[in-house]
Structures are given as structure tokens and as C-alpha cells.
Design a protein around this ligand. Structure first.
Ligand SMILES: Nc1ncnc2c1ncn2[C@@H]1O[C@H](COP(=O)(O)OP(=O)(O)OP(=O)(O)O)[C@@H](O)[C@H]1O
Ligand SMILES: [Mg+2]
Length: 367
């Protein structure tokens, strides 16, 4: 059994006191410009802002750190004050940065910062959608294999608590081993390492997870797994954009998010919800992928079953990048069912190429 706490309580909510909601929203938005020292993410998305009060020209904020480095605390305090003092109508700013009592200051770096850094993993990217069944997991596995095909070291993290399907799609049936250092060793296939909530389930038993259990397990999947060196860790989020998905986005140190939609769902707010979720936690949106975009009939005729271009149009409207369109193709489903993604079995076919092109665009965007 692995144990240990890795992250601050990212799922905790802010507590608002008096003042209008608008004022507090403005304060929180301003605090989103304050980065955790040494990180590209901000203190709000890391869940460190615990109290916000605003009214009558005064703003008061409480930030709770879980590490003991006073230099970091001072810098966060100064950056918060600077961000808040520039707000219109603000005359008094009070920022309190709390550190855990009695915790010895770690040597060299802040304990929290060390805990959050995932050693050896360059980029962590989530694949999400506002709706189930649009092909998130299909995209995750094929993208992972496509990035591998392009020469990268890749890991996949299946966070779907409701129906983890990635082990089946990747053809992985064994569970993780435990290393002598008591780390989980992820099983691999097609050159991609995998951790899945599915490894923790017995057969078809229904999954009853409480929020904190999920967060703890995911934290362990990131910090206590022997991932080795990875260029990319792709994270398949559970369907939807509610609280559970938001907490997951806060738990996993994400560098960016990809939103999947089908042409007809694009118009139904699926993309908008996905964007709103990533924005709430300040995770950069890398772009939209339109899945089941069109169907190619046996004689080569292109049939747009669900209409076409909804994802692209929505990307344009929202001014976020369009990463590509994936056709609806029987082989793609069969590949998933057989555990051999089409990118592995048919890398040169048009449908294999469609995934590889998305991987190329993504790689460019991630630098
Ligand atoms: N482009 C495609 N062509 C053919 N079949 C597809 C395609 N994309 C997905 N599918 C099939 O559609 C079904 C749903 O896809 P998938 O499981 O990837 O969706 P999901 O968004 O991860 O679903 P969930 O919300 O349940 O996690 C699967 O059977 C999959 O094989
Ligand atoms: Mg899925």
C-alpha cells in the first residue's frame, strides 16, 4: 500500500465574507496574475487562496501555503499586494500569507514546490470534454501512441473514475508492479506507460469513490509512480466539467488542456463548458479536436453524418486553436476494442494520419 500526502488541499473552496460577489470575483481574478514563485501556474489555480473579502475600498485576502519557506511567502504576499493595489477603488489592501505551524523549513526549496514538481515529466496535458462518449479516451490513447510514433517518451494517466476504459484500449491487462523503492511501476504497451483507476477495481464492481479518495489516489498516481523520464504525460479526465473534474484539474499539475467535441455537440455548449473549466483553474487551452468529424464510405465518398466543422467554427468563435479533425471510422473503434490503437496498427492510413497530425500540432504548441 502506498501512502503519503503530496499536494496541498487543492479542492478547498474560498470563503467569502461581506461585499458584493462582483468585488470578490474581481479580487480573485486579480490574484490569478500572481504566479507561485518558480511556476507558470498561479496561486488561485493551486487552491492556495482561502479567504477573500472586499468592500468599501478595502480588500482582505488569506493565502495558505503548505510549505515552510518564508522567502516564498514574502514574495507571494508582495505580489498579491501589488496585484490588488492596481484595482480601481481599492484604498486598503491586507494580505495574510499563512504557513503551517511547527513545520521545519525545508532546505533549499519550499516543501510544497518540491512536492508539486513531477520529477522527470516535462509536460502534463489533460484531454477533456463537457460530454461523455465523444471519443476522449480514443483520442487520448491514439495521441499518446502518435507522440510515441514521433519519437517522444509518453505516459498516459486514466483518471476516469466512472468507467476507466484505457487499459482495454491500450491492450494492457496486467496491474502495476511495486519497485524496491515502493513506487508503482506502470505497465506499458505500444511503448506507452499507463496508470489507470481501472487497475484498482475488481471486475465489474460499481465504483463508489469519495472525493478525497479520488484526489489522494490521483496524487499518488503522479508522485508515487515510477514514470521515468517523460516528454508528455497525457491525462484522460472523466466526462463532464463539474466539481469532480475541476478538483482533478487542481490536483494534477497541468501544463495545458485539449477539448474534444463532435461536430454536433460543439453547438451545444460542450466546448464552452470545457473552456470555462480550464479557465477556472488557469490551465492554458491548447485547442479543440473535432472527433467523428466525417465518415469515409467504402468507395471513398465523404459523408458528414453529424454535419461538419462545428468544432472548427466554435474554435474560431472562441479564438482558440483548432488542432484537427478525426474521421468516424470503424477501424478506430475496432482498434480500441482490440487494444491496438489505429496509430499503431495503421499509422499510414488516413485515419491513423489524422491522429498523428494532431500530435504534431500539439507538440509544436507545447514547445
Ligand atoms: N473517430 C471514431 N471513429 C469510430 N469510433 C469511434 C471514434 N471515436 C470514438 N469512437 C468509439 O466511440 C465510443 C466512445 O468513445 P470513447 O470511449 O473514446 O469516448 P469517451 O469520450 O472517452 O467516453 P466516456 O465519456 O464514456 O469516457 C467507443 O466505442 C469508441 O471506440
Ligand atoms: Mg473515456
Amino acid at each position: 500500500m502506498i501512502s503519503g500526502s503530496c499536494f496541498p488541499a487543492g479542492d478547498q473552496q474560498w470563503s467569502f465574507s461581506n461585499g458584493t460577489k462582483l468585488n470578490e470575483e474581481i479580487v480573485i481574478n486579480a490574484l490569478k496574475s500572481v504566479k507561485y514563485p518558480g511556476y507558470s501556474r498561479d496561486i488561485v489555480s493551486f487552491g492556495l487562496v482561502k479567504q477573500v473579502a472586499a468592500g468599501n475600498g478595502a480588500v482582505s485576502v488569506v493565502v495558505q501555503l503548505s510549505g515552510g519557506n518564508s522567502q516564498i511567502a514574502q514574495q507571494i504576499k508582495a505580489d498579491c499586494e501589488k496585484a490588488l493595489q492596481t484595482l480601481p477603488d481599492v484604498r486598503h489592501v491586507l494580505v495574510e500569507v499563512k504557513q503551517p505551524a511547527g513545520q521545519p523549513a525545508p532546505v533549499g526549496a519550499d516543501a510544497w514546490a518540491r512536492q508539486n514538481k513531477v520529477p522527470g515529466i516535462d509536460r502534463v496535458v489533460a484531454v477533456a470534454s463537457g460530454k461523455g462518449g465523444v471519443g476522449k479516451s480514443t483520442l487520448s490513447v491514439n495521441l499518446a501512441c502518435a507522440l510515441k510514433h514521433l519519437g517522444a517518451q509518453v505516459g498516459l494517466l486514466d483518471c476516469d473514475i466512472y468507467g476507466p476504459s484505457i487499459p482495454l484500449m491500450m491492450g494492457i491487462h496486467q496491474r502495476p508492479a511495486i519497485s524496491p523503492e515502493e513506487k508503482l511501476v506502470p505497465p506499458a504497451n505500444h511503448g506507452v506507460k499507463l496508470m489507470s483507476m481501472g487497475f484498482l477495481l475488481e471486475g465489474d464492481q460499481p465504483v463508489i469513490w469519495r472525493g478525497p479518495m479520488i484526489m489522494k489516489t490521483i496524487q499518488q498516481f503522479i508522485m508515487q509512480v515510477d514514470w521515468g523520464r517523460l516528454d508528455y504525460l497525457l491525462v484522460d479526465l472523466p466526462p463532464g466539467t463539474g466539481d469532480a473534474q475541476l478538483s482533478l484539474c487542481q490536483t494534477v499539475p497541468l501544463d495545458g488542456g485539449v477539448i474534444v467535441t463532435t461536430p454536433q455537440e460543439a453547438s451545444l455548449g460542450v466546448v464552452r463548458k470545457g473552456i470555462a473549466m480550464f479557465e477556472k483553474v488557469n490551465v492554458p487551452i491548447l485547442g479543440i479536436v473535432e472527433n467523428m468529424s466525417y465518415f469515409t464510405a467504402p468507395h471513398g465518398e465523404r459523408i458528414e453524418i453529424f454535419g461538419h466543422g462545428g468544432g472548427q467554427a466554435e474554435a474560431q468563435r472562441r479564438q482558440i486553436p483548432f488542432l484537427g479533425a478525426i474521421p468516424l471510422y470503424t477501424e478506430i473503434r475496432i482498434g480500441g476494442d482490440r487494444g491496438v490503437p489505429v496509430v499503431v496498427s495503421h499509422p499510414d492510413a488516413p485515419y491513423g494520419q489524422a491522429f498523428i497530425r494532431v500530435a504534431e500540432v500539439l507538440r509544436q504548441k507545447l514547445g
